[in-house]
Structure formats: C-alpha cells, structure tokens
Design a protein around this ligand. Structure first.
Ligand code: SF4
Length: 266
C-alpha cells in the first residue's frame, strides 16, 4: 500500500449559503447528517489514527456544504484530533475549507469559533476565490452579495489563523498567465498568506481539457509562481503531476457515506 500524506474529512450537514452552478458537494449531501453536531466519532477516530500510522500529517476539513454552517461538528472534530495528541497522534497541518461568506458576514460567529478552533489546532482557512471583484464573486457563488475579501482575511488573521486563497483556473476566467499574475498579485495585496491555483477538473476527476487554460499557459503560470514567492505569501500552481498523489492513494478523503477514497467521484 502507498504511504498516505494527507486526509480530508467531510464534516457537518450539507447546508450551504451559496448556490454554485456546478456544486461538487451535491452528490454527497444525501449522506450528510441532518443536524449540526452529529459526527461518527468512532469512524473518525479509527480513520484519523490509521492514516496517521500510514504517514499522513495533514488534515483538511471540508463538507458537502459549507463547514462554517456546522460549527458544532467542526468543533467536535477538531477537539477529537486535539485529544489524540495524548496518544502521540500529532498532525502537523490542520486546515478548513470555506467559501468565506459566513466569516465575512458574521462577526459574532468569528468571535465565538475562530479563536476556539485555533486553540484546538486549526492553522489555515482555505477560502475559494473566483474573482477579486466581490460582485463577480457573488455571481459565481449565486448570492446577492459577497463580503469583502479584505474583511474575510482580516477576521482570519485576528484569530491568529492563516488565510489561503484557492483559485480554480478556467479558460474563461483566468485563462492566461497575465490574468493569473494579476489575480495572484491582487490576493497577495489583500493579505492572503498563500495562493494556490489549479485547473478546473471534470466529472471523472481529471483536468478538464476544454475548460482549463492551455498547457502552455499553465506552464507559464507555474514558472511565474515558482519565481515570485515572497516570505509572506506562498504561490502554487498545481498541475496534473500534483494530482498523481491522489491517484496513488497518498491523499485520502473520508466521505459522508463512510467511504475512504482517493477520488471525489466515488
Ligand atoms: S460553496 Fe461549495 S458547497 Fe456551497 S454551493 Fe458552492 S460549491 Fe457547493
């Protein structure tokens, strides 16, 4: 069996405050618990332990909806991972995926949970960004308004957490190296500590050759990112090579139906 590098966990109900056209979470929602706070502690414990023993040192919490809408479940899972340190199970990186909407719109939520999650070991919030312009971001997310990215990043930093922007590269939106550079520079200026970008994938979990930027442009983006990192902002352009680790089973995800798989299309 291949060594495991990282583990993804689906946590919380499938509720979401956005309405993206091509939502990858929809397929998995029917298996998600109906109420926030419901977790399969036994399965999570066994999976987290077994992946650690096979070499995993990084955990990413995501959801079939938006995890910040299930804060009780997220807190319980972080608490479980935290307590496992007593058994010498020490994950080095713990991250949470979010669309950023609740973080930008709900100060009370941020005050109540973000610091608590940091104390339980969370390090980085991964915010999916479609556009630097909030109106265009709102359009892709299918919401009337999207909060300011500056506010989102500042609330994350106020809780002493790091903010990573996740950018999906499509031919229509960020199809050229020039566009990628302006996006990366803009996100860096807003204060993101890390900008990670990858070409859009299709239903077979492969790079979508029709919708993705051309291989030549992706190569240029990757080369630019490698030579323009700063100590305050990491830049990554993930290409098909980086995805091979999923296929080799190095990155596993525990889905809401209890399946542990290296692909989202199970
Ligand atoms: S934010 Fe994520 S879970 Fe919510 S609708 Fe969009 S893709 Fe789906």
């Amino acid at each position: 069996m291949n060594k495991v590098n990282s583990l993804g966990l689906f946590v919380g109900t499938g509720d979401c405050n956005a309405h993206c056209k091509h939502c990858a979470g929809v397929l998995h929602r029917k298996y998600a618990p109906k109420q926030d706070g419901t977790i399969d502690k036994d399965l999570l414990y066994k999976t987290i332990k077994s992946c650690y023993e096979q070499g995993a040192r990084s955990i990413s919490i995501s959801s079939s909806g938006e995890p910040t809408l299930s804060p009780i479940a997220v807190t319980k899972v972080l608490d479980l991972i935290h307590r496992m340190q007593e058994e010498d199970i020490n994950y080095s990186w713990i991250n949470l995926y979010s669309n950023g909407i609740r973080i930008g719109n709900d100060k009370e939520f941020c005050n109540q949970y973000l610091g608590q999650w940091r104390n339980l070991g969370l390090q980085t919030l991964y915010i999916t960004v479609h556009d630097l312009n909030e109106k265009r971001n709102a359009k892709v997310y299918g919401v009337a308004e999207y909060p300011s990215l500056k506010k989102i990043v500042s609330r994350i930093h106020s809780a002493d957490l790091r903010a990573r922007a996740n950018v999906v590269l499509t031919r229509d939106n960020i199809g050229t190296c020039e566009k990628y550079i302006s996006m990366a520079e803009g996100l860096r200026k807003i204060g993101f500590d890390h900008v990670s970008a990858w070409p859009i994938r299709n239903a077979d979990d492969k790079m979508d050759l029709e919708l993705s930027p051309s291989p030549g442009e992706l190569e240029k983006m990757g080369n630019w990112a490698e030579t323009h990192e700063t100590p305050n902002c990491r830049l990554r352009v993930l290409r098909e090579k980086s995805h091979e680790s999923y296929e080799k089973g190095e990155k596993l995800t525990l889905f809401p139906d209890g399946t542990l798989s290296n692909t989202w299309c199970n």
